[in-house]
Design a protein around this ligand. Structure first.
Ligand SMILES: *Cc1c(COP(=O)(O)O)cnc(C)c1O
Length: 483
């Protein structure tokens, strides 16, 4: 399987999975995609239905990483997807299950459920992929006798997931940019309380998109990038997307009894990483009816899927909301779907993203591709703070289940797209404990917090404040990376 940049029309620079595992953005500014998606046969689907989560992950990853020995993949997956590692299980759930499906009830003639992805070390779905990435990095670096310096940007959950996956790992340093004062108190404490010498938290005066732009600027400097062995773990990282494909299969199997049935998924969305994995699962042949793209007030993607106009917002236009991990106004991974929509025409993709760079927008509403977009199953919607509050309350009252504000975005939008007979699975992207203020506002009580996190906000914090300035971050990297 060969990987190419979404902007590489001539297909001159094929890469392997291991190459792009450590690479992040392509040199031409595009994102990596496999030449074509592997198809899963009905026989394979039937077989996969019987597998444990770790075995399923090994099957999916194996299709995308033929350059890594299958028994090594199986070993890494078995070490990652253990009950110990995903132990923040909730009352009444089976502790041996990774990513359990929690049925809520019946609405509009169909079953509504949550796919619980937040039982990992940092209580958000990002652990599902990041824990595997930590293992893959360690494995590949050892094989190649290399080190890596991970530069990332986080709106709250990626950073902690990456840091908990990489802390103490040999040959790996993590430099994580976050928007200062814009994460929840819990998220901030979870990251900044880490004292591991290979972890560097940098608090940027700005919003998430500025942090992400700084990462892109550093990664775009090919010389700097190779001199300091800069890698990334942002959701543009292909291996993360692949690891996320796995739980769509798991959710599908849990919701159905045979492979003739269809299922819809609703996904709280910011950077289009999670729902992009759903798109890929669907392209592989998983019978997905709808992929519901749910945003908050930062509704760039809702606008795109409704109108065919992609209008990235500026930092000043990015709203700070009660689902902060989705306060993203430039969805980095959308380029992967655009590449598929335009049938991997790298020149068209380059053109559109050049327009985006110049005018902060592109418009495909009058193209035949936009007319065909429905075939990919995407529908979209957004929610407001009031709607999220109402949803948290309603779900607690009706089903005795407490959800976080991001999952509330997903549920709120999902309810507009229920189809009789087609189960709707909402991806639960964080535990409510991570966003206790909002949950308290909705329910009047604090959500339950796992024992090992009860005092996290009281622990000493370690971070470096910084202006939103590319040279400042380069300087910091240069000083702290010693070969
Ligand atoms: C990151 C995150 C999202 C958004 O996921 P994307 O892959 O960026 O679309 C949603 N909810 C939570 C809790 C998150 O941490």
């Amino acid at each position: 399987m060969r990987y190419f940049s979404t902007r590489d029309s001539a297909r001159l620079t094929p890469k392997t999975f291991s190459d792009i595992l450590l690479a992040g953005l392509a040199d031409d500014g595009g994102l990596f995609l496999p030449e074509s998606y592997p198809r899963v046969t009905l026989a394979e689907l039937a077989q996969w239905r019987q597998l444990s989560y770790a075995e399923l992950a090994a099957q999916v990853l194996g299709k995308f990483a033929p350059d890594i020995a299958q028994h090594d993949i199986a070993k890494l997956c078995a070490q990652t997807y253990t009950a110990d590692n995903y132990s923040h299980i909730r009352k009444g759930q089976d502790a041996s299950q990774i990513a359990p499906l929690q049925w809520l009830g019946e609405e509009s003639g169909t079953r509504l459920g949550l796919l619980c992805l937040s039982h990992g070390p940092t209580l958000a779905f990002k652990d599902m992929a990041m824990q595997l990435l930590g293992k893959l990095f360690e494995y590949t670096l050892a094989a190649r006798n290399q080190t890596i310096n991970i530069l990332g940007a986080t709106s709250g959950d990626t950073g902690s997931a990456a840091e908990y996956a990489m802390r103490g790992k040999r040959g790996i340093r993590v430099f994580m940019l976050s928007p200062r004062g814009k994460m929840s108190a819990f998220q901030t404490a979870q990251m900044f309380s880490l004292q591991d010498p290979n972890i560097f938290n940098i608090a940027v005066d700005g919003v998430f998109d500025q942090c992400q732009d700084m990462v892109k600027a550093v990664s775009g400097d090919a010389q700097f990038k190779s001199r300091y062995q800069i890698g990334t773990v942002n959701s543009i990282n292909w291996a993360r997307i692949v690891a996320q494909v796995v739980y769509y299969f798991k959710g599908y199997f849990a919701a159905t009894t045979d492979n003739a049935q269809k299922v819809s998924f609703a996904v709280p969305t910011g950077n289009f990483g999670n729902v992009c994995a759903g798109h890929i699962a669907r392209m592989m042949g998983l019978p997905i009816a709808q992929l519901v793209v749910a945003t908050n007030e930062n509704d760039v993607l809702d606008e795109f899927f409704r109108r065919g106009v992609y209008r990235a917002r500026s930092a000043a236009q990015t709203m700070q909301t009660s689902s902060p991990s989705m306060d993203i106004a430039k969805a980095s991974n959308l380029e992967r779907f655009i590449a598929d929509l335009f049938l991997r025409d790298g020149a068209r993709v380059t053109d559109l993203f050049a327009q985006l760079a110049q005018q902060s927008a592109f418009d495909i509403s009058s193209t035949p591709e936009f007319a065909r977009m429905k075939e990919y199953g995407f529908v979209s919607g957004h929610s407001t703070h009031a709607q999220r509050l109402a949803t948290v309350r309603d779900i607690a009252k009706r089903y005795h289940w407490v959800i976080d504000p991001h999952t509330a975005d997903g549920l709120s939008v999902a309810r507009a797209y229920l189809q009789p007979g087609i189960p709707m699975i909402v991806l639960e992207t964080a535990l409510p404990a991570k966003f206790s203020l909002m949950v308290q506002e909705a329910l009047g009580v604090e959500p339950e917090c796992p024992a090992n996190y009860r005092n996290v906000e009281q622990l000493p914090q370690r971070f470096t404040p910084m202006a939103a300035d590319v040279d400042a971050v380069k300087q910091f990297l240069a000083t702290h990376i010693t070969q």
